[in-house]
Design a protein around this ligand. Sequence first.
Ligand code: ATP
Ligand code: RIB
Length: 312
Amino acid sequence: MKKKVTVFGSFVVDLMSRTPHLPVPGETVKGSMFKMGPGGKGFNQGVAAHKAGADMTMITKLGRDAFANVALDAMKELNMDTSHIFYSDAVETGTALILVDENTSQNEIVVVLGACDTIDEADIASVEDVIKNSQYLLTQLETNVSATERVIDIAHQNGVKVILNTAPVQPVGDEVLAKVYLITPNEVEAEILTGICVDSEENAKKAADWFFAKGVQNVIITLGSRGVYVATAEKQAIMPAYRVDAVDTTGAGDAFNGGLVAALAEGKDIWEACRFANALAAIAVQRLGTTPAMPTRKEIDEFLAVHEKNVG
Ligand code: ATP
Ligand code: RIB
């Protein structure tokens, strides 16, 4: 049976340029392409989960401006529920300036959170029941910290499993970590949070043990094209990524997290869920953009059927 998922996090409008190389300070580079579209880690993850088939409620905050319509139009097109969106009268919708090197696929991002940096107690009070009635809460670190901490607290108090994607990385208190069911840092975030450089499977285990000691129940460290390191109380292992030709890895982590929560909510175990999430992310990295790169459930199932053996 499908279980209810709530995704709490940022919406921003992504303003993406592809460029022959990333400019050094003071340099102007002629870009080869510009694309504007919905983004933000929370929104990307929410859309990924929704398109993967989750019964998902999206909670985010917009301004009262034209950029807000980028979110609302996308949600309408995807048949997503817009009734748990907050609005700021004073602060505009967030934006992200994204530069992608068309040769290496490396990116540089400046995100201005705007309205998503102003989520207050009253906003959260209005969605308390939605969170309480979920089986999973998926959130990140791209809204104001006070709001993230508050939704995690509500979820934890009500037996809702908290999945915390630690992007963009910033310190996370021990009292927050103790409420986390599953944490999903990438290698860099894992190192910043634990102080352990994740340069081998042995060190990934040490980083996972550090999280376990803080009370986190399960750890998944994403390793880019190498896949994910998964640690539960019973077992630790690397689940390799699918071999594909990536053109834009911006939002790969979001694709993975959205797929992960959708699969867990369907009752898949953590290993099956990682396989599904790796597939979703492998499709997304072959497409340009963030939210618009997220595949449908049909595309994921077809990919899994075809690429069953094409890992590692
Ligand atoms: P971003 O910050 O760009 O959103 P991230 O650093 O949070 O990404 P990664 O660890 O780079 O996340 O990637 C997340 C997942 O996406 C990987 O675990 C893998 O499943 C998939 N992935 C990323 N890059 C590739 C690739 N080149 N080929 C196949 N799968 C990939
Ligand atoms: O993870 C990718 C996202 O991070 C982009 O959509 C951009 O909005 C940034 O916040």
